[in-house]
Design a binder for this molecule. Structure first.
Ligand SMILES: NC(=O)c1ccc[n+]([C@@H]2O[C@H](COP(=O)([O-])OP(=O)(O)OC[C@H]3O[C@@H](n4cnc5c(N)ncnc54)[C@H](O)[C@@H]3O)[C@@H](O)[C@H]2O)c1
Length: 437
């Protein structure tokens, strides 16, 4: 990707807009505010806590990422978004039940000032929810226009210099790309004709891309993975990224599976099951929304293990993923994995994982990093799919003719090398011969 503008320190405010203001979004907003008030640390965020090696190992140049690349400051971020429920961010955070009341109390005055705007919603796409705070319009096109008005008003009222949009709303039902998604012309015709194959998430993405605003998809919905919106992103020079935040069980998978493959250990089966009791869990209790999530979670192993390249090790491994809605656990999910592997001479072994994780705690720093990196991409003139941000996603988007890169460590190397490339530093290949010449 060509760097069109030299990266320079951004000035002015960055507005982070989130369709969906539930558990993940409130944990993100409350968290950023807590960090700004210096009562907590941004653990898990590469932009805030990560460092990057530059030059040779003997050079001792390891700056913090935020000192190396020109990212927006946390103090310059303002928050906005949409939800189908009217409650302010303090009430929404209390309902989500992720953060404790003591911490929320310290950021309450700030959270209470953030109200969701009325959503674009269609229950066909999220069967388990029925919203009260929903826009009315004659067709998708009109609703997209309303969203654009919201965005421009938000920008003006908050005196924003730049904006990014990150989908943090519920998982929509599974759909495949259809004719109406094929190109921008058909899509815009479909918006005007209120085509039922256009999902609300696509309407938000269309509004953002039309205004040149970078868009990331945190859920597994199809959304921007359609040729029509890819065309719009390129036409308007907008960076996009997706999809489905890589947290919890899939994060573990993309940490462990590359290790098994590196040591050429075979796999007979990987059974993953979860109990989860938040609203996301409730939405995923609907088979059609679950199918979207299942597809996203299943694709990971196939791509990392490459059964075609290693048929003796990975042909026909059995991979099952289950999500069980279990209200008592709230956001504190428990994920179990049983992994049947085999080693030397085919001797079987087993690995068991019991991950008592907190979904939104893992997702919040991802939103922050994506907002800052997408803003950087836009400022330097990157456009279309930002594959270097695959690190953050369960189903990374990829260009035509490619396959997605799922291995967390390759993804991290790609991300850091992209930052080096942006700043004109040598890429690091880890060859290391020069130390021994
Ligand atoms: N938490 C994680 O670890 C994680 C990981 C990957 C993906 N995700 C995805 O992120 C999304 C958010 O997760 P969450 O835990 O915050 O869920 P949540 O249910 O707490 O929040 C989602 C919010 O979106 C709202 N909503 C639904 N449709 C909408 C629309 N059309 N417009 C505006 N708002 C709408 C809902 O009312 C709800 O408040 C889900 O799709 C989830 O699958 C979460």
């Amino acid at each position: 990707m060509e760097i069109k503008h030299k990266p320079s320190k951004p000035t002015g405010k960055l507005g982070v807009l989130t369709p969906g203001m539930g558990a993940v979004t409130t944990t993100f907003i409350a968290g950023v505010q807590a960090v700004r008030q210096q009562i907590a640390k941004p653990i898990g965020s590469l932009t805030q806590m990560g460092s990057i090696r530059l030059g040779k190992r003997t050079d001792n140049r390891v700056p913090a990422i935020k000192d190396f690349v020109s990212l927006a400051e946390l103090d310059d971020i303002v928050f906005g978004g949409w939800d189908i429920f009217e409650e302010d961010m303090y009430k929404a955070a209390l309902n989500a039940g992720v953060l404790d009341k003591e911490l929320l109390g310290t950021v309450k005055p700030f959270l209470e000032t953030i109200m969701p705007m009325k959503a674009v919603f269609d229950q066909k796409y999220v069967k388990k929810l029925s919203g009260t705070w929903v826009k009315k319009g004659n067709n998708w096109f009109e609703l997209a226009e309303r969203l654009k008005e919201d965005i421009l008003n938000f920008k003006k009222e908050n005196d924003c210099d730049r904006l990014v949009m990150i989908w943090c709303a519920s998982t929509e039902i599974y759909i495949e790309p259809l004719k109406v998604h094929n190109d921008l012309e058909s899509f815009e015709k479909g918006l005007r004709e209120n085509n039922p194959d256009i999902a609300p998430s696509m309407v938000y993405a269309y509004a953002a891309l039309s205004l040149g605003i970078p868009f990331a998809n945190g859920a597994p919905n199809l959304t921007i993975d359609i040729p029509a919106l890819a065309e719009l992103a390129i036409k308007n020079d907008v960076p996009v990224a997706g999809k489905d935040f890589k947290t919890g069980q899939t994060l573990m998978k993309t940490i462990l599976a590359p290790g098994l493959k590196a040591r050429l250990l075979g796999l007979n089966g990987w059974f993953s099951t979860n109990i989860l009791g938040n609203r996301d869990g409730e939405v995923l209790d609907d088979p059609e929304s679950f199918k979207t999530k299942e597809k996203s979670k299943l694709s990971v192993l196939e791509h990392i293990l490459q059964p075609k390249v290693y048929p003796d090790l990975y042909n026909n491994f059995y991979h099952k993923v289950r999500i069980n809605y279990y209200p008592p656990r709230g956001d504190n999910k428990e994920g179990w994995d049983n992994i049947d592997i085999f080693g030397w001479l085919g001797y079987p072994m087993q690995i068991k994982i019991d991950f008592l994780c907190r979904d939104s705690i893992l997702a919040a720093p991802i939103i922050l990093d994506l907002a800052l990196f997408l803003d950087l991409s836009k400022r330097i003139g990157f456009r279309g799919i930002q594959e270097w941000l695959s690190f953050y996603f369960k189903s990374p988007m990829f260009g035509p003719g490619l396959y997605p890169e799922h291995d967390l460590f390759i993804q991290l190397m790609k991300l850091k090398n992209t930052l080096r490339y942006i700043q004109g530093e040598n890429l690091i290949t880890h060859l290391g011969q020069e130390y021994y010449d």
